[in-house]
Ligand binder design. Structure first.
Ligand code: FES
Ligand code: FES
Length: 151
């Protein structure tokens, strides 16, 4: 089947099969590999995107369900020359080690700060509870979120 979606403000179409995830369609058919594929079970958050402004795991959404909807991925947040403030904060605080979790954490942080510009530590913990990181121990990720909130 053919789907038409708006991704980061750009209208895209793709041929997908009925059981294909949005994550697979983004990565394999739309040239957007920023959302990472780690568990494909909704457990790690590395595939986090915004679907019509709501944070979702792209691995749990069928590409067919996204037909006609708006998607924001990490690729739409900044560029190599001009990082998004959340990306800048993650880089500055050293909240990135292997980097595999980072795109999902950045999308989840952007979502958090849009809803709660000055989050408490508990609100950060709750908002990022669906995003697993095997490397950092989370302390620097908290530093990054706090820095982004004040920038
Ligand atoms: S790949 Fe989607 S939650 Fe892990
Ligand atoms: S930086 Fe490696 S999983 Fe988070």
């Amino acid at each position: 089947m053919r789907i038409a979606v708006t991704v980061n403000g750009e209208e895209l179409e793709a041929e997908v099969w009925e059981g294909e995830s949005l994550l697979y369609a983004l990565r394999e058919h739309m040239g957007l590999p920023g959302s990472k594929n780690a568990c494909e079970q909704g457990e790690c958050g590395s595939c986090s995107v915004l679907l019509d402004g709501r944070l979702v795991c792209a691995c749990l959404v069928l590409a067919a369900q996204a037909d006609g909807h708006e998607i924001a991925t990490v690729e739409g947040l900044g560029s190599e020359d001009a990082f998004h403030p959340v990306q800048e904060a993650f880089a500055t605080t050293g909240a990135v080690q292997c980097g595999f979790c980072t795109p999902g954490l950045i999308v989840a942080t952007v979502d958090l700060l849009a809803r709660t510009p000055e989050p408490s530590d508990d609100e950060i913990r709750e908002a990022l509870s669906g995003n697993l990181c095997r490397c950092t121990g989370y302390a620097k990720i908290f530093d990054a979120v706090r820095m982004a909130a004040t920038s």
